[in-house]
Write a protein that binds this ligand. Structure first.
Ligand SMILES: CC(C)(COP(=O)(O)OP(=O)(O)OC[C@H]1O[C@@H](n2cnc3c(N)ncnc32)[C@H](O)[C@@H]1OP(=O)(O)O)[C@@H](O)C(=O)NCCC(=O)NCCS
Length: 153
C-alpha cells in the first residue's frame, strides 16, 4: 500500500496518510470493529458516502495489522477516529489526530472541527479543541461539536 507519508511513531506502530481507494480494506476493518461491532452503528450510517472525498489516516502495528484510523474532509471536518480496544492508551489515537492536523495545516485550513462523542471530549482537549453549541444525538450517542483554530499554531 502506498501512503502519502508513513511516519514510524515508535517501534510499536506507524501512521500514514492515504486515500480511500488505497486504504479502504484496512480502514474498513478498524471501523467495522470499533463503530459497527463495539458501538452498534448501522452500516448505513457508517458508510455515509463521504469517504472518497476525504483524506484518511491509518495506523499499522509493527506486524502490519491495521489498528487505528481517522479522516478529514475537504471542509476540515475530522471524523471516524478509532483505535482497536487492545491498542488504546498507547497514543495511537493522538498520533492519528496529529497526522490529520498536520495534513490540515499543509492545506492551510484556518480551522478544523469534529463531532465528538461525549466520552471522547477529554481526548480532544489534549489538542486544544473547544466545545461549541449544544449536545446532540447522532447514531444514538450524545455528541458535541468541537473546533480548533489553526491560524496561530
Ligand atoms: C478515543 C480514542 C480514539 C482515543 O485513542 P487512544 O489511542 O486510546 O488515545 P491516546 O492513547 O492517544 O490518549 C491520549 C490522551 O487522551 C486521553 N484519552 C483517550 N481517550 C480518552 C477518553 N475516552 N476519555 C478521556 N481521556 C481519554 C488519554 O488518557 C491520554 O491522556 P494522557 O496523555 O494524559 O495520558 C479511542 O479510545 C477509541 O477509539 N475509542 C472508541 C471510538 C471513539 O470513541 N472514537 C471517537 C469518536 S468522537
Amino acid at each position: 500500500m502506498i501512503g502519502l507519508l508513513e511516519v514510524p511513531i515508535n517501534n510499536l506502530f506507524s501512521v500514514q496518510l492515504l486515500s480511500w481507494s488505497n486504504g479502504q480494506p484496512l480502514l474498513r476493518l478498524v471501523r467495522e470493529a470499533v463503530f459497527m461491532v463495539e458501538q452498534g452503528v448501522s452500516a448505513e450510517m457508517e458508510w455515509d458516502g463521504l469517504d472518497e472525498a476525504c483524506q484518511h489516516a491509518l495506523a499499522l502495528s509493527a506486524t502490519g495489522d491495521a489498528i487505528g484510523c481517522g479522516r478529514i474532509s475537504p471542509e476540515g471536518h475530522i471524523g471516524r477516529i478509532a483505535v482497536l480496544p487492545a491498542w488504546r492508551g498507547k497514543r495511537v489515537g493522538s498520533s492519528l489526530l496529529e497526522s490529520l492536523l498536520g495534513y490540515a495545516r499543509s492545506q492551510h485550513y484556518a480551522q478544523v472541527d469534529l463531532s465528538a462523542q461525549i466520552q471522547a471530549v477529554p481526548f480532544y482537549w489534549h489538542f486544544n479543541f473547544s466545545e461549541v453549541g449544544e449536545i446532540f444525538m447522532d447514531a444514538n450517542m450524545p455528541h458535541i461539536k468541537m473546533q480548533l483554530s489553526l491560524e496561530h499554531c
